[in-house]
Design a protein around this ligand. Sequence first.
Ligand code: OMP
Length: 279
Amino acid sequence: MTEPFGARLRRSMDERGPLCVGIDPHASLLTEWGLNDDVAGLERFSRTVVEAMADRVAVLKPQSAFFERFGSRGIAVLEKTVQEARAAGALVVMDAKRGDIGSTMAGYAEAFLHKDAPLFSDALTVSPYLGYGSLSPAVALARESGTGLFVLALTSNPEGGEVQHAVRTDGRNVGATILGHLAAENEGETPLGSFGAVVGATLGDLSSYELDINGPLLAPGVGAQGATPADLPRVFGAAARNVVPNVSRGVLRQGPDVGALRAAAERFAVEIGDALAAV
Ligand SMILES: O=C(O)c1cc(=O)[nH]c(=O)n1[C@@H]1O[C@H](COP(=O)(O)O)[C@@H](O)[C@H]1O
C-alpha cells in the first residue's frame, strides 16, 4: 500500500524544510523572463522552475489556471511538469481548487488523485463551499491512493471573509467549521494526517481558531501578497510546526536564472526556518 500523503509530507518537510514554491506562469512573468506568452514559453518556464527547485524544496504547487489557459497543449505541459517534479523528488500539490456536487467531485478526484491519471499528483486543492460533505469522494480516493487534499478554510484574499467568517446558527463560523471537519478526518493519524487546510499567512492573529487539525496547513501569501516568514508564528502559534508556507511570485520574479531562483528560495527557506525555530 502507498504510504499516506501526510507521512510522506512530514518526512519531506523534516528533510528539506517546509517551503512550497508555486509554479505560477503568469503572462507577466513569462514576459519578465524574456519568454513568449505561448506554449513554448510556458514549457520553458515550468521546466526551469522544476530544474531549480524539485531536488530541494519539499513541495511544488503548479497553478492549473495558467496551464489551462493554453488548452490541451497547456495541459500537456502541466502533465510533464507534474511528472518531472515528482521524479526529481518534490511532492506536487496540484492547485486546481476543484469543488462540485459529490457525483461530479468523484470525476475531479479521478482526474488528479487516481494513480493512473495523467495528472496524478500528491495532493489537490479543493473548495468546500458546496458543503464539506460534497468532498467525500475525493477524501475516499485520497485515502485509497495515498494522496491528500488541501481544503480552502481561511483563504489569503481579503474577499474570503464574507463567506468564511459568516457565523452559523450554532455560533461557529464557516472557516472554523471546515477546520473541525479536517480535524475529524485526521484523527489518530501519525505522524500527520493527509487532509490539510489552506489558511492564508496574510490573516493576522488566528488564535481564536483551532488550527491544530493534525494535518498540514498550506499558507499562501508570503512574498507578493505581503506576509513575511516572521509573521508565521504570530499567525499560526503552535500549529506553525505543520505549516507549509507557499511562495510563488516572491521567488519566480528572480528568474529565469536557475541560480537566482535557488538563491531566492533559499533566502525564504532560511527566514522561515529561523521564524519557526522558536515554535
Ligand atoms: O490554494 C492556494 O494555493 C491559494 C489559496 C489562497 O488562499 N491564496 C492563494 O494565494 N493561493 C494560491 O497561492 C499562490 C500565491 O501566489 P503568490 O501571491 O504569487 O505568492 C497562487 O497560486 C494562489 O492561487
